[in-house]
Design a protein around this ligand. Structure first.
Ligand SMILES: Cc1ncc(COP(=O)(O)O)c(C=O)c1O
Length: 452
């Protein structure tokens, strides 16, 4: 292996060898021999193997230094290997694993109290879990119990995870089609308001579809008890609903006695400029799910609801009805507690707001006028550049993915979004420096210009 550079986290990219270099390429070949082929995409131009990450910097096996504009799926909002998380992990190392729902580790209690405190409810109750999909499962089960109806309403373009329950509310055919006949059929999908092609810019088309589903039930006839929605659609292409839409959805849910789950797995923890994005956007949920940035890189997630909703669960009689081996994992709880403290003390939402404005303004100036760019949008540090064909409406199939691939040799780590890979999505950390932002904007502009 090449000698590994020690970036500060605030460095600009430094590419020694065109990625993937020989070390990453060799590892890609080995990976191909041992990992199930449905998991990692390996080609001549993708991927690079990470060996180190700090702040916004990532180092690969060939000694290339990148700037990560994804925070690794939105997780490293405080930066990779944040000192806050490192200190928490050192302090928590005397209790690495526990018995979450039997003899609870003390750090679990501390985290539950902190999660209840950031929730909109004075009597919040929490179910901890490990990943986002698992938190969605907990929320869907809670919704079914509390509403007494199993039917679900979700949105086109949504991503809630790939476990059986969460996949049933994730509409993208790519993930579903092998399993369609095994998924729960009581799910209605309504259009999510679209920033550029919605015939009703106030979201009226979606609201009509929501009302119709609440009246008529799911396609299989099950009456709808729970609606699940992302306050800003994340993997759906950073789609921000129009003002008033989420408040109107909340009123409709109340009118038809349905519960609302806010999936804040990407939008929460400060990314969109508030600890939770829902209240500021007018969404009044009954259940909130959080994950990703919550653990600062440690896998932990949670479903949170007021007692009136969560008490639909029967009390445990010694055999928990919904749990898992790693529920309340002490080291992850310790990390998450430290992250929650930092979100408040360092005003992470405020940092995300101001960096987000700088990035959005800069990207609009640099790429907003380029051919095929239909929209440059964002809320806090969740941003998207949407590409279309020359008619100005048809999604430019895969252009977001092509731009992300072409940006890798320039030292930027990026991901596509949108159902057609036609959005370039940015979910960077709050540690981005002004120099990294300026460099990223310039580089993205150059790459977009030469990548049809
Ligand atoms: C909004 C949202 N919900 C749920 C999930 C699923 O989370 P996980 O991949 O941790 O299971 C994701 C993942 O990208 C997400 O963006």
């Amino acid at each position: 292996m090449t000698d590994t550079p020690q970036p500060t986290g605030r460095d600009l990219p430094s590419i020694r060898v065109h990625p993937p270099g020989p070390e990453s390429a060799a590892m890609g070949a080995r990976l191909h021999e041992v990992e199930s082929r449905n998991v990692t995409y390996v080609s001549d131009s993708w991927p690079v193997f990470w060996t180190r990450a700090l702040g916004a910097n990532v180092v690969d096996a060939d000694g290339n230094v990148f700037v990560d504009l994804t925070s690794a799926f939105g997780v490293a909002l405080l930066g990779h290997a944040s000192p806050v998380v490192q200190e928490a992990l050192q302090a928590g190392a005397s209790l690495i694993h526990g018995m979450g729902d039997i003899h609870p580790p003390a750090p679990k209690l501390e985290l539950l109290e902190k999660l209840a405190a950031i929730s909109p409810w004075p009597d919040a109750r929490v179910i901890l879990s490990t990943g986002g999909s698992e938190a969605v499962e907990g929320a869907l089960k809670t919704g079914a119990l509390a509403s007494g109806r199993s039917g679900l309403l979700a949105f086109e373009g949504a991503y809630h995870g790939l476990t059986a329950g969460s996949l049933s509310v994730t509409p993208r055919a790519h993930f579903r089609w092998h399993f369609e006949d095994r998924l729960y059929g009581g799910v209605a999908f309504a259009p999510y308001p679209d920033p550029i092609r919605d015939p009703t810019p106030d979201g009226a088309r979606s609201l009509d579809a929501i009302r119709a589903a609440l009246i008529n039930g799911a396609p299989n006839g099950d009456p709808i008890g729970t609606i699940i929605i992302e306050p800003v659609q994340a993997r759906g292409g950073a789609r921000i609903p129009p003002e008033g839409f989420l408040a109107e959805l909340s009123s409709l849910a109340k009118e038809y006695d349905a519960l609302v789950i806010a999936d804040e797995i990407m939008t929460g923890m400060g990314r969109c400029g508030a600890t939770l994005a829902s209240p500021g956007l007018g969404l009044d949920p009954d259940i909130v799910v959080v994950g990703k940035a919550l653990g600062g890189g440690m896998p932990i997630s949670a479903s949170i609801a007021p007692a009136r909703v969560m008490n639909a669960w029967p009390a445990s009689d010694g055999e928990a009805i919904h749990t898992s081996t790693f529920l309340g994992h002490p080291l992850s709880c310790t990390a998450a507690s430290a992250v929650l403290d930092t979100i408040q003390s360092a005003d992470v939402p405020g940092q995300a707001r101001s960096l987000g404005v700088t990035l959005l303004d800069g990207l609009r100036d640099r790429v907003g006028h380029l051919p095929g760019v239909a929209d440059v949008r964002g809320l806090g540090l969740l941003l998207g550049i949407e590409f279309v064909e020359s008619d100005g409406l048809t999604p430019a199939l895969g252009r977001g993915a092509r731009v992300a691939e072409a940006a890798l040799p320039e030292g930027l780590i990026l991901l596509p979004g949108g159902d057609h890979g036609h959005v370039l999505e940015l979910t960077p950390p709050v540690t981005l420096t002004p120099e990294q932002i300026e460099h990223a904007i310039r580089t993205i502009g150059n790459v977009v210009e030469r990548t049809p």
